[in-house]
Design a protein around this ligand. Structure first.
Ligand SMILES: NC(=O)c1ccc[n+]([C@@H]2O[C@H](COP(=O)([O-])OP(=O)(O)OC[C@H]3O[C@@H](n4cnc5c(N)ncnc54)[C@H](OP(=O)(O)O)[C@@H]3O)[C@@H](O)[C@H]2O)c1
Length: 280
């Protein structure tokens, strides 16, 4: 815990990670300025200073005045928002940008986040880049089939990933935004354990007290189903390559959450309990 009060500009403050981050910063006694396209719908704590603005446009005049650090959400078109003289900047990026796996080369996530990382490293005098792997919140796509059918259908049930709780990404961001020693660092972030997709479903079932069934489908069936929902082929291909790869080589678990926050990363069981209402 730092003793110096900072003023932090949070973009993406109304999002899943951003809301946790705002809460974390206020609880630590810091001041928060939040940029949002819709201040009237933001529903953030009253002590937050709201500023109307769009990350795809140049920043509103005075946005950075008195600000010690900035949490940058990787919105499309955000590179035009960056300008010389921004204070210490903490970017939400993705593990895909690290290009640790051949499967990531040219993927939608790798291309998008790598371009923003380059812009940040080229513009900000001081920066920290957070590279989370798969979010536990991606599992919320399972909520409708769980509620209505008691299970899910999908390919690669034995592939294993290490989903990260959104509150842990926010907790790491809060440290990097307000404490010294994190400039020029890239932090890969994951959950604390690699679990098969069947085990992930089991964690959700345990949280809501139901036995849930995983029905295997083929990659082609999954692609057709996603197409019918309007999900882009690039996203579907990225998912299929990820799951296929992590059958033989489960996601590696990274230590940065515990190292930076001083607390173990939250388990998927904990995430599922936090989100039980979404699935019940
Ligand atoms: N899903 C994964 O597995 C994964 C893995 C690695 C990285 N990521 C990254 O994490 C992001 C998702 O984070 P999240 O779940 O916290 O997001 P989220 O809940 O979807 O929230 C999006 C936030 O971004 C803000 N925003 C979007 N476009 C904006 C714009 N043009 N101008 C100003 N604000 C804008 C929104 O603010 P307003 O609507 O209030 O303006 C909102 O606060 C992904 O987009 C991806 O870049 C995801």
């Amino acid at each position: 815990m730092t003793t110096t009060t900072k003023t932090v500009l949070v973009t993406g403050a109304t999002g899943t990670i951003g809301r946790h981050l705002v809460g974390e910063l206020l609880a630590r006694g810091h001041r928060v300025r939040a940029l949002t396209r819709s201040p009237d719908k933001a529903e953030l704590p009253t002590e937050v200073e709201l500023v109307a603005g769009d990350l795809a446009a140049p920043p509103p005049a005075g946005l950075f005045d008195g600000v010690d650090s900035v949490f940058l959400f990787p919105a499309p078109g955000v590179t035009g928002f960056l300008q010389a003289g921004v204070p210490h900047l903490v970017l939400l990026s993705s593990l895909a940008a690290a290009l640790e796996h051949e499967r990531d080369r040219g993927s939608a996530s790798q291309v998008h986040h790598a371009a923003i990382e380059d812009a940040v490293r080229g513009t900000a005098a001081s920066w920290t880049i957070l590279r989370p792997g798969t979010f536990a919140t991606n599992l919320l796509t399972w909520a409708p089939p769980i509620r209505f059918t008691g299970g899910v259908r999908g390919p690669f049930p034995t592939s294993a990933q290490a989903p990260i709780h959104e509150a842990d990404i926010a907790a790491v961001a809060a440290v990097a935004l307000t404490e010294p020693g994190h400039a020029g660092r890239h932090y890969p972030l994951t959950g604390p354990e690699s679990l098969t997709r069947v085990e992930q479903l089991g964690a959700i079932g345990a949280a809501i007290g139901r036995e849930l069934h995983f029905t295997e489908s083929t990659p082609e069936e999954f692609r057709a189903e996603m197409r019918s929902y309007g999900v882009g082929d690039d996203i579907v291909s990225m998912l299929l390559r990820y799951w296929s790869d992590t059958v033989e080589t489960p996601d590696a678990v990274r230590p940065a959450v515990a190292q930076l926050t001083g607390k173990p990363a939250r388990t998927l069981a904990e995430w599922a309990r936090d989100h039980a209402a979404d699935f019940a």
